[in-house]
Design a protein around this ligand. Structure first.
Ligand SMILES: Cc1cc2nc3c(=O)[nH]c(=O)nc-3n(C[C@H](O)[C@H](O)[C@H](O)COP(=O)(O)OP(=O)(O)OC[C@H]3O[C@@H](n4cnc5c(N)ncnc54)[C@H](O)[C@@H]3O)c2cc1C
Length: 387
């Protein structure tokens, strides 16, 4: 139970998923590196056990707290449609993959090794009350208080109801399939499947000659709950790779529209998908999450050092990039059948470094312009000037 006087922390992190654990690990790293006092911290997570429920991919470049856990790197990546593939590679960046169970275990070990941090499992938070001087946190096991709280709970239905946009739905199968014909140094980001009214593609990561992850993905404008697990298996069977065995599955439904932080308070900051950390146009969050978690960890260390507990909500990306993504998604909704050609055009017209910065959510304006130049002008101007 939490309801006793001892439940008073500098920082409470609500949700021990990617964002909550990233902030905690960055805080531990920076406090050690800079020899600064570590704020007392608790992380509140409803799960009682962690499962290997996903893989996180990103282009590795800027060091992050989980770098040592990278399980697989690909030196090349490609997109394809109608038998044509555009392949890119970079000397500076590999496409890297982390297994969720490695991240969860590493973070749990780091947190339990520090005397004034704790991860409390089986704790579901229902409310954060922004009282003067402290945040009161109401949970299924009582209350606790913290000087500041970081709320990384998934977005609520209220946050999403007003939006018109795609959902990125995907279903992935990690399979043992010695006959898979994939080239093992190349990650297939999008192998588009012809379709008049949906953007559909297969994402294929060969781990080695015998195992791969095959993910069927759809940009679904209906807001429905279509299940694409059978499509992934149908696609797999259509490849005639012979015998295969499913080792693990993962799936998701990610909002492809902009989400804004729910709270405006110096004591409560939002994090994760619900704070717009995930890029609506791509569904990627890992690289952004590391960058923004580090900024928040720096704010927390400064707050501890100076005794001033006021946080600022970090911005995951500049407004001009959000604007560009909104136009792109609008055009995609209107022209799903031609969209695959735009992706091929982007990956062939912009170079690998530009695409990596763009996909990792940190493009320069010149990268964005180089990419915009590869897209059909009239279609995108129409999308820019109409809602
Ligand atoms: C299967 C899958 C694969 C993905 N692959 C990639 C990828 O390759 N690359 C990439 O960049 N992105 C990927 N993403 C997108 C994104 O990176 C992940 O969704 C990521 O986990 C989001 O991090 P988060 O912290 O916002 O949410 P989560 O990791 O979902 O964490 C939210 C946490 O809040 C907890 N919580 C919920 N309710 C409460 C409550 N009431 N009180 C307290 N805690 C609560 C949850 O239990 C959870 O632990 C993937 C997503 C999925 C679903």
């Amino acid at each position: 139970m939490l309801n006793n006087e001892g439940n008073q922390y500098d920082v409470a992190i609500v949700g021990g998923g990617l964002s909550g654990l990233s902030i905690a690990c960055w805080l531990l790293d920076l406090a050690t590196d800079r020899d600064q006092p570590m704020p007392s911290m608790c992380i509140l997570e409803p799960r009682t056990e962690y499962e290997n429920d996903r893989t996180w991919c990103f282009w590795q470049g800027v060091p992050n707290t989980f770098d040592s856990l990278v399980a697989r790197r690909w030196s090349r990546w490609q997109v394809g449609f109608d038998g044509k593939y555009i392949t890119q590679s970079s000397n500076q960046h590999a496409y890297a993959m982390l297994a969720a169970h490695d991240v969860y275990q590493y973070a749990r070990d780091r947190i339990s090794a520090c005397s004034n941090t704790s991860l409390k499992l089986g704790i579901e938070v229902s409310e954060l009350i922004d009282n003067p001087g402290a945040v009161e946190i109401i949970t299924n096991h009582g209350r606790l208080r913290a000087r500041v709280a970081i709320d990384s709970r998934p977005p609520g239905l209220d946050q999403m109801a007003a939006h018109k946009g795609f959902w990125q739905r995907f279903s992935g199968h990690e399979v043992y399939c010695p006959g898979h014909g994939l080239e093992i140094e190349t990650a297939t980001l999008m192998d588009f499947q012809a379709c008049d009214d949906h953007v559909r593609f297969v994402y294929a990561l060969p781990f080695d000659k015998e195992r791969c992850l095959i993910e069927w993905t759809e940009f679904d404008p209906s807001g429905g709950t279509s299940d694409c697990s059978s499509n992934a298996m149908d696609w797999l069977r259509s490849q005639n790779w012979g015998k295969h065995e499913v080792l693990r599955t993962e799936s998701g439904s990610l909002p492809m529209f902009p989400l804004q932080p729910r709270t405006q308070s110096p004591r409560i900051v939002n994090a994760g998908v619900g704070a717009g950390w995930m890029r609506p146009a791509t569904g990627y969050q890992f690289a952004t999450c590391q960058r923004v978690s580090k900024i928040l960890a720096e704010q927390l260390l400064a707050a501890k050092k100076h005794g001033v507990w006021h946080l600022q909500q970090p911005k995951p990306r500049p407004d001009w990039l959000n604007w560009m993504d909104t136009i792109f998604l609008r055009a995609l909704r209107r022209h799903p059948a031609t969209a695959p050609r735009w992706f091929l055009s982007m990956f062939s017209g912009a170079n690998a470094e530009q695409m990596v910065r763009f996909m990792n959510d940190e493009p320069r304006l010149s990268d964005a312009l180089a990419i915009a130049r590869t897209l059909p002008k009239t279609t995108f101007l129409k999308a820019a000037f109409s809602v």
